[in-house]
Design a protein around this ligand. Structure first.
Ligand code: G3P
Length: 218
């Protein structure tokens, strides 16, 4: 499973990208607002930091304007993926942009039927929102599992499942088990994935024993 970082915080992206675990980045209007930075500038900076897809979301709601915005954003860098909402206009924009060779991430997906529509419209990525389904008392992971089955039923559907609205490490684990192609993970959740008490304890014991030898490698 690929990891995208779900943030517009360039310091976080730079630091995490240095570990080699970052395959891409996703942003949305809320994350850009949180960064307090100019949208185009921040997308350009992120695209230069990672080789993989960087999602930048349109804010128009009619298809023609989405396509216009998408084409403008796509000029920022070759690795921009245009994010469009799961509406009929969004699907029209998805078709037009993807036919023109631009990666498209269809966002705000809450059902397998929506995911089917997005794939038929040529989406590169579908973004099912796990956490927001959990918020309303459903099991967001069921949606990932359903979409995996639907897409695997048809060779013609090549859209990648990008598990989004991930809130905790179990969402990551379960997304991987369910066969999501990508998980977009907030920086604090990504950082938490490494934590295990036995790793910390084991390292402390190794270092204490090494200290006793009085040796040094360098
Ligand atoms: O990229 C969008 C998505 O990940 C949003 O997550 O936590 O606001 O539901 P959340």
């Amino acid at each position: 499973m690929k990891f995208f970082v779900d943030t517009a915080d360039t310091d976080e992206i730079r630091d995490l990208a240095a570990t080699g675990v970052v395959d891409g980045v996703t942003t949305n209007p809320s994350l850009v607002a949180k960064s307090g930075r100019d949208f185009t500038e921040v997308v350009k900076e992120i695209c230069a930091m990672v080789d993989g897809p960087v999602s930048a979301e349109v804010t128009a709601t009619d298809a023609d304007a989405m396509v216009e915005e998408g084409r403008k954003l796509a000029k920022i860098a070759d690795n921009v993926a245009i994010k469009v909402p799961l509406t009929w206009d969004g699907l029209k924009a998805c078709k037009a942009l993807s036919q023109g060779g631009t990666m498209v991430n269809v966002t705000l997906c809450f059902s397998a039927n929506q995911a089917l529509l997005a794939a038929k419209a040529g989406a590169t990525f579908i973004s099912p929102f796990i956490g927001r389904l959990d918020d309303i008392g459903e099991d967001g992971m069921d949606l990932i599992r359903d979409i995996r089955i639907v897409y695997d039923n048809y060779d013609a559907l090549s859209t990648q499942i990008l598990a989004a609205s991930i809130r905790n490490d179990d969402h990551v684990r379960q997304s991987a088990l369910a066969g999501a192609d990508v998980a977009t993970v907030p920086p604090q959740v990504l950082r938490g994935l490494i934590q295990h008490d036995l790793t910390d304890k084991g390292l402390a014991a190794f270092l204490a024993d090494w200290e006793k030898t009085g040796q040094s490698i360098l």
